[in-house]
Design a protein around this ligand. Structure first.
Ligand code: PEP
Length: 244
């Protein structure tokens, strides 16, 4: 029986054009896979759009058009047929100084164009050490989703990505993930009145830990970074999370 989990690959700023053609050959499905989303570097997106899975963009700018050199607008991404957008990834928050206010503007704009939003939230190692995880997650959720109407929540997916677990083979315990996901769902219900929010886990998911992570009862899927760049590895993760 197929599960209804979503598996999202965040390829970040990886692969050269020659790698992409090989990846496309290896990352292959015989039938349409709507529970698989690939977010390649933006310049490669047109190649992925013809494939039997969904495509997401790793970032968007909230203004519709104009003199914003180097940016991609929500309307441009929508006009290509891109379905998903990762917003608020910790690498954008940390390296590009994106604030909760910027993230909120991007979300409001992308929702209007029908995007499914993958909103990334998570605490740093320092915040965890200071026992601030709950406070940080609540602040991010309330500020990033400020003024989002309840009717749009079916387009929103939260990715819980502890910053300290990204790209380093360290993950929280199963119980920690389960409890944090429950906390996130509780915040969404309490402050936005929405009961069915999907929460993904992200941070060092790979083919070795996916069987275990996949047992966490309230997790709706996974956001996979480094392991999504290797087609074989990513297919193994999908095999467990989507097909079991
Ligand atoms: C990410 O950056 O979204 C991520 C989950 O990375 P990784 O899987 O490499 O930890």
């Amino acid at each position: 029986m197929k599960s209804d989990k979503l598996v999202v690959g965040n390829m970040k700023m990886n692969l050269l054009a020659s790698d992409v053609s090989l990846y496309l050959k290896e990352f292959h499905f015989d039938e349409q896979q709507d529970q698989v989303v690939i977010c390649p570097s933006t310049i490669y997106i047109p190649y992925f759009l013809k494939q039997p899975y969904k495509v997401g963009i790793q970032n968007l700018f909230f203004r519709d058009k104009g003199a914003y050199t180097g940016e991609i607008s929500v309307s441009q991404a929508a006009s290509l047929g891109i379905d998903y957008a990762i917003i608020g990834h910790s690498e954008r928050r940390i390296y590009f100084k994106e604030s909760d206010q910027d993230i909120n503007k991007k979300i409001i704009s992308a929702l209007k164009y029908g995007f499914h939003i993958i909103l990334c939230i998570g605490e740093t190692a320092e915040e965890k050490g200071l026992l601030k995880t709950a406070r940080v997650l609540k602040r991010q959720l309330l500020n990033d989703l400020r003024n989002v109407e309840k009717e749009f929540f079916s387009q929103i997916i939260i990715a819980y990505e502890p910053v300290w677990a990204i790209g380093n083979d360290v993950t929280p315990t199963m119980v920690e993930i389960e409890e944090t996901v429950q906390y996130i769902k509780g915040i969404i219900l309490q402050y936005f009145g929405y009961e069915d929010i999907k929460v993904l886990y992200g941070g060092s998911v790979n083919s070795k830990n996916i069987e275990e992570l996949n047992q966490i009862p309230n997790v709706s899927g996974f956001l996979v970074g480094g392991a999504s760049i290797n087609a074989e590895e990513f297919l193994k993760i999908i095999e467990v999370a989507v097909k079991k």
